[in-house]
Design a protein around this ligand. Structure first.
Ligand code: GDP
Length: 298
């Protein structure tokens, strides 16, 4: 089995090779920068981050008096790593007991899988975890979370039907009473355009604070790395509604182009606590700006 870095590189290979061809010529000229602009836009980097990267790169080329196109690629890796650096921040647990983490995301983004992986990650660090199935409407969603709870042998608060906010309240209360380190609240998948469901999320956030004054301590959004600029739109919408504290970017082992992280760094620099690099329970990695930039341009 490949290492996570190899899987990340394999996932981003197409992007990497289309950017790499930009640097195969003999001259650094406008044509090179135009080609690079196209390649970055194709990689989901978005207009603003692309412009930022091009300007930053031109400055670096000038400052270092670089004349070889091949050397420009290394400068681009530096520029990209610097842009991504604000996203590199670890999730820290322990200031509050329990630390209440609310997790949102559109259907299919990999939310439930990521919660399962995160539970294992936390358990490996010695944290006790309680899961809350706040998707009270979809039986399949509850069952799926239940499977991850079993796999991790952690407790789950789940209730058929009823109010998602009430289940979340119960879970946080139980987490307090049972002295759990972390309560992970899985919310129903939704589209940002489903405004009533956004209201439901806001309500969960409010009600959780009634069970524990400072909660939720983290509000995470799970986004599918394959969805490009759409993922950026999700980040904006969920951040406007919920004031996100962190992101999990999934499926970077697949066909993701990866540039969306640059777009996020430019427009909404919300920490990427983890990246998903596979379907297995251990396929969750902390985000490193430098490693990501290198994988993207490898
Ligand atoms: P949810 O609807 O957001 O809860 O999404 P799920 O957690 O059910 O995941 C949807 C699909 O994506 C499942 O088939 C997962 O196995 C898959 N998936 C989730 N994360 C990753 C990842 O990092 N890499 C890959 N390759 N697949 C993933």
């Amino acid at each position: 089995r490949q290492s996570w870095m190899e899987r990340l590189k394999a996932g981003l290979r197409k992007t990497g090779s289309s950017i790499a061809t930009v640097f195969t010529g003999t001259q650094i000229n406008d044509a090179l920068y135009e080609e690079l602009e196209d390649a970055l836009l194709m990689a989901d980097t978005g207009v603003k981050a692309t412009q930022h990267l091009l300007n930053d790169l031109k400055r670096r080329v000038k400052e270092t008096k670089t004349t070889e196109p091949a050397a420009v690629k290394a400068l681009l890796a530096d520029a990209l790593a610097d842009l991504l650096l604000p996203l590199e921040k670890p999730l820290t647990i322990g200031e509050h007991v329990p630390t209440v983490i609310m997790v949102a995301g559109v259907n299919g983004a990999g939310k439930t899988t990521s919660i399962g992986k995160l539970t294992k990650h936390l358990a490996d660090e010695g944290q006790t975890v309680l899961l809350a199935a706040a998707d009270t409407f979809r039986a399949a969603a509850r069952e799926q979370l239940g499977v991850w709870a079993n796999r991790n042998t952690v407790e789950i608060i789940s209730q058929e039907g009823g109010d998602p906010a009430a289940v979340s309240f119960d879970a946080v209360s139980a987490g307090k009473a049972r002295k759990k380190d972390v309560v992970l609240v899985d919310t129903a998948g939704r589209l940002p355009t489903q405004l009533h469901l956004m209201e439901e999320l806001k309500k969960i956030k409010r009600v959780v604070a009634k069970a524990e004054g400072s909660a939720p301590h983290e509000v995470l959004l799970v986004i599918d790395g394959n969805t490009g600029q759409n993922a950026l739109a999700q980040v904006r919408a969920f951040d406007d509604a919920l004031q996100l504290t962190g992101l999990i970017v999934t499926k970077l082992d697949g066909t993701a182009k990866g540039g969306v992280l640059a777009a996020i760094a430019q427009e909404r620099p919300i920490p990427v606590y983890f990246i998903g690099v596979g379907e297995k329970i251990e396929d969750l990695e902390t985000f490193s700006a430098r490693e990501f930039a290198q994988a993207l341009l490898s």
